[in-house]
Design a protein around this ligand. Structure first.
Ligand code: FES
Ligand code: FES
Length: 157
């Protein structure tokens, strides 16, 4: 059975016709062409598909698109403003917090959540280590990027 779902993604309203069994990540990637959300394990383990749904981090491979009907979705495509990378993206780049980049969109969405929730740098590192598998970095660069970014934010008040 198919039905129309209405989503506000990165501030833009969308309506997509989808089957009841289709996960949110597939609608984002295949219908809306927002391919920044990556899909790895498809079983809630790797964290690559993490997006924010009404401000909360969600594994978009585990949420059906119909469950997100009427929700506000944020994906990695919404982080940069007018072509300028968000400060957390810049910090990841500066500290070599990514290599292949497969995990990076999901990591960034968890970092966006942590920043808004005003988690400390230490809590944010734990959140990322617990919630995201990265095969490349050993997490060292990601940890350095978080510390660098959080230090800058603290200095800015
Ligand atoms: S693809 Fe969703 S958690 Fe791995
Ligand atoms: S940068 Fe390759 S999986 Fe994390």
């Amino acid at each position: 059975m198919t039905r129309a779902v209405s989503l506000v993604v990165n501030g833009r309203p969308y309506t997509a016709e989808t089957e009841d069994r289709t996960p949110l990540c597939d609608v984002l990637r295949h219908r809306l062409r927002l391919t920044g959300t990556h899909v790895g394990c498809e079983q809630g383990v790797c964290g690559a598909c993490t997006v924010l749904v009404d401000g909360e981090p969600v594994r978009s491979c585990l949420m059906l698109a119909v469950q997100a009907d009427g929700c506000r979705i944020e994906t990695v495509e919404g982080l940069a403003t007018e072509g300028a990378l968000a400060p957390m993206q810049q910090a990841l780049m500066a500290e070599h917090g990514l290599q292949c980049g497969f995990c990076t969109p999901g990591v960034l969405m968890s970092l966006a959540y942590a920043e808004r929730a005003r988690l400390t740098a230490e809590e944010t590192v734990s959140e990322v280590l617990a919630g995201h598998l990265c095969r490349c970095t050993g997490y060292v660069g990601i940890r350095r990027a978080i510390e660098r970014h959080w230090k800058t934010e603290e200095a800015a008040g």
